[in-house]
Design a protein around this ligand. Structure first.
Ligand code: IPE
Ligand code: IPE
Ligand code: MG
Ligand code: MG
Length: 354
């Protein structure tokens, strides 16, 4: 079912074919068509984002361009640029600053992914080999640094310095979230509250900033900027809960990245937290012993233990509550295409294919 570090099938992952187009879609067909329906109204802007992205990262060194080309070859869902652009559209007119900022947030996101794959020892990302798998941890750490450094460089090209402050504040929070997560590694007593704090910082804070900046640079009044920020934060939390569900029950072939690494890395996520709160004593004891064991098949065994328990449904319900909060934040906005698509996107984050 799964490939990747935890099953030791390294050879299953092949570097992408040399002839692949510059930015192929690697999402599943259902995801791709959902994303396409969200992006139809911002297609021109997304093409401009692509150009800014490539121009910013181009180096005079071939060795740098080779690594950048590898990570740029496959685009993911472009969720963060899309959130930023749609928030702008829902609040007014899009400007060149929106295009720049959309490239900035995708660069920040890609830096976190490249580093995250080192931390998780992941081999598969966007249906291709990770940089750490292909070129080793040192190259991946440095490429992540290169991406984050360029995101600040690009952001500082804007006249208005408030965006640079917002991006800096957000990357601080992302790092804090990752550090809090590491601090709670193998903490089987992790509370739901601390879990939500971790994911709010490491994932949702960037989504919140995307929506905040999109709205602010479209000239929205502060109260409306705040609502878009709440929308982004809520969507981001729901998105990470769903991602954590997929890490347990998803198929690598569909999701396109190494799964099972939360269990492998001792990261407690919502289904496990709920299970340890509610399952019969002997089941709880089994999960605790599996989490601390070095068994090669522990991800599989934990999956089989949790699947029939109702804890996945609990996590789904919690994600849905955050989707509802996100959609609620849009209520007072004028009825525009931007708002309608944001509303549909909130739904999509909890229903994306397994
Ligand atoms: C993956 O984000 C990292 C998480 C925050 C869970 P995405 O699922 O948005 O990754 P791409 O950009 O589509 O590959
Ligand atoms: C990573 O979380 C979140 C980031 C901020 C990068 P995950 O470790 O769950 O992300 P995936 O599942 O590898 O994409
Ligand atoms: Mg990961
Ligand atoms: Mg994950």
């Amino acid at each position: 079912m799964k490939t990747g570090a935890h099953t030791g099938t390294r050879s299953a992952i092949k570097p992408p074919a040399k002839s692949a187009p510059a930015a192929a879609s690697v999402t599943s067909s259902a995801t791709a068509s959902a994303v396409a329906s969200f992006t139809a109204c911002i297609a021109d802007e997304l093409r401009a984002v692509d150009r800014v992205f490539s121009d910013e990262l181009a180096s005079d060194l071939a060795c740098v361009n080779t690594l950048v080309k590898h990570v740029s070859r496959f685009r993911g869902k472009m969720l963060r640029p899309v959130l930023l652009l749609l928030s702008g559209k829902a609040c007014g007119r899009l400007t060149d600053a929106h295009t720049t900022l959309a490239a900035v947030v995708e660069m920040v996101h890609m830096a976190t992914l490249v580093h995250d794959d080192v931390l998780d020892e992941a081999e598969l990302r966007r249906k291709g080999a990770t940089i750490n798998h292909l070129r080793g941890n040192e190259a991946a750490v440095l490429l992540g640094d290169y991406l984050i450094s360029h995101s600040y460089h690009l952001c500082s090209s804007l006249q208005d310095q408030s965006a640079a402050r917002a991006i800096g504040r957000t990357t601080n929070r992302v790092c804090e979230g990752e550090l809090l997560q590491i601090d709670n590694r193998n903490n089987l007593d992790l509370s739901e509250e601390t879990y939500l704090e971790i994911i709010s910082r490491k994932t949702a804070s960037l989504c919140a900033t995307c929506c905040e900046l999109g709205a602010r640079f479209a000239g929205a009044p502060e109260a409306r900027v705040g609502l878009l920020e709440l929308y982004g934060l809520s969507v981001g939390i729901a998105f990470q809960i769903q991602d954590d569900i997929l890490d347990i029950v998803g198929e690598e072939g569909t999701v396109g990245k190494t799964l099972g690494s939360d269990v492998e890395k001792g990261k407690m996520t919502l289904p496990m937290i709920h299970f340890l709160r509610t399952a019969p004593a002997e089941h709880r004891a089994l999960l605790r012993s599996l989490m601390t064991s070095g068994d090669a098949d522990k991800a599989e065994r934990i999956r089989n233990l949790i699947l029939p328990s109702g804890s996945i449904e609990y996590a789904r319900d919690r994600a849905r509550q955050f989707v509802d909060r996100a959609r609620g934040a849009l209520h007072t906005l004028p009825d525009t295409e931007g708002r309608r698509v944001l509303d549909a996107m909130a739904e999509f984050v909890v229903s994306r294919p397994m």
